[in-house]
Design a protein around this ligand. Structure first.
Ligand code: GLU
Length: 484
């Protein structure tokens, strides 16, 4: 039998998209693409205090930035919408009606105070573990009368008496048995009529015909409960695949303490989406155990659940940065130039109009920086001097490179020599300056470093002659004269 794969990513919009969530989304997406199935995005916004529309937007934009497209969900629409849990109360009400009718849900009138007292008793070792099923024993007519009288109540799942232990056969972790005795009659619908996570999620997964639930293993303990709800609804149980957590280098759950953890933060820090996608895809999955550069296309065509590891993955910031550098260097120069533009623009150095006026000039900046770039943010300090009207000379660099007479005299002569160079290109500049160093009997290194500081403000810069060629004769000569 062939199954039409349908998977979902169901973030709670209580914050930005964390890399752990992004990895879950990537695996769901890649699995859907590999199998020709559907990838559904569902917003679990049932926590009214912490869910915001801004967070939802940020999650959508982060997914989009990573190149993760969804077939159904917010903005895309689809036949199983709405895709926001807060808009699906009719579905939850209808599912509850079905469960009332088939006897798998019952009302519970126990008050919080009563439940607390029972819990205290249970903790002292006397009562039953979890809810003691007092209200399950009420006769239906009495229960109905209390509901009609307006008595506050929740709805609980009636865990079947004859149900054996619950086997979770996880596609990644294998089999885990949960004793049915540990499952109490948990709440499906609260006093205020809102569904609990375990209820809403199953109703949605059932209605949306989800075939595979791929999510973090922090939900593993919810899975036996969810299986009971699928059974109560008379629906097939999807395949579960629980991903192990992502750890920091210290073996603790990855958190802000370790550095950037949201997709947005990595974006702001100059990580490319294709590098982050590649890095996260390999954080717990492997193509063949050795390939480290895996493109979006390869993921789409080769991803499989059976190559997901059950061991926790360690997030290695250095490796991500290394991978980012690989993607930067492999990019076509025209493309890298275009992708440098937003960083230069955000730093207030240039504009899209300028880029459109002289694309070849921007294209020529690429070889100056790409070899040493690890992050897109590196272009700002490396290339800033090409855009500013004047450079600010770093006092330490001045002290090091401009304080000798040799250097100062060298600058005077260099300005004159460069003013007279016939064709302003890298070769002519280099030969002029080398000849000058020789005729002045100055070490080339000393002269070049003095020019570098005068022109870029710093002792570290992209290759000198290329930089001067791109800066232009006028600005070069002006800056050397000013520094002197
Ligand atoms: N909203 C839940 C979360 O973000 C979804 C869990 C699930 O995939 O069932 O953890």
């Amino acid at each position: 039998m062939t199954v039409n794969v349908r998977v979902r990513f169901a973030p709670s919009p209580t914050g930005a998209l964390h890399v752990g969530g992004a990895r879950t989304a990537i695996y769901n997406w890649a699995f859907a693409r590999r199998t020709g199935g559907a990838f559904v995005l569902r917003i679990d916004d049932t926590d009214p205090e912490r869910s915001t529309a801004e967070n939802t937007q940020q999650i959508l934009r982060s997914l989009e930035w990573l190149g993760i497209d969804w077939d159904e969900g917010p903005e895309a629409g689809g036949p199983f919408g709405p895709y926001f849990q807060t808009q699906r109360s009719d579905s939850y009400a209808a599912a509850l009606e079905r469960m009332k009718a088939n006897g798998t849900a019952y009302p519970c009138f126990c008050t919080v105070a009563e439940l607390d007292a029972k819990r205290t008793e249970a903790a002292a070792g006397e009562g039953v573990r979890g809810y003691d099923r007092t209200c399950r024993r009420l006769d239906p007519a009495t229960a109905q009368a209390r509901i009609s009288a307006g008595e506050p109540h929740v709805w609980r799942l009636a865990v079947p008496e004859d149900r054996g232990d619950i086997l979770v056969d996880d596609a990644i972790r294998g089999e885990t048995v949960f004793p049915v005795s540990a499952m109490d009659d948990f709440v499906l619908v609260r006093t205020d009529g809102t569904p609990t996570y375990n209820f809403a999620t199953v109703v949605d997964d059932a209605e949306m015909e989800i075939t595979h639930v791929i999510r973090g293993d922090d939900h593993l303990s919810n899975t036996p409960r969810q299986i009971l709800v699928f059974e109560a609804l008379g629906h097939f149980v999807p395949v579960f695949a629980h991903l192990s957590m992502i750890w920091g280098a210290d073996g603790r759950k990855l958190s802000k303490r370790h550095g950037a953890t949201s997709v947005e933060a990595f974006h702001e820090e100059g990580i490319l989406p294709e590098a982050l996608l590649n890095y996260l895809a390999l954080l717990g999955w492997s193509l063949d155990g050795e390939t480290t550069i895996v493109s979006r296309e390869t993921l789409r065509s080769c991803f499989s659940l059976d190559r997901i590891s059950k061991n926790p993955a360690i997030f290695d910031f250095d490796k991500l940065e290394w991978m980012n550098g690989v993607y930067i260097r492999e990019m076509a120069p025209e493309l890298l130039a275009a992708r440098m533009l937003p960083w230069l623009e955000d730093a207030g150095l240039t504009s899209a109009e300028d880029f459109a006026k002289r694309p070849e000039w921007y294209r020529a900046l690429v070889p100056l920086v790409s070899e040493r770039m690890k992050r897109m943010t590196d272009v700002v300090p490396a290339l800033g001097f090409l855009f500013a009207d004047e450079v600010r000379l770093d006092p330490e660099a001045v002290e090091k490179a401009l304080s000798s007479d040799e250097a100062r005299n060298g600058l005077v002569a260099a300005a004159d020599a460069l003013a007279g160079v016939e064709s302003w290109d890298t070769e002519a500049i280099e030969s002029t300056l080398r000849a000058l160093a020789e005729s002045l009997a100055v070490k080339p290194k000393v002269l070049f470093q003095a020019i570098r500081v005068a022109v870029t403000g710093s002792t570290v810069s992209p290759p000198l002659f290329e930089s001067l060629a791109l800066l232009g004769r006028e600005a070069t000569v002006l800056r050397i004269r000013a520094a002197r």
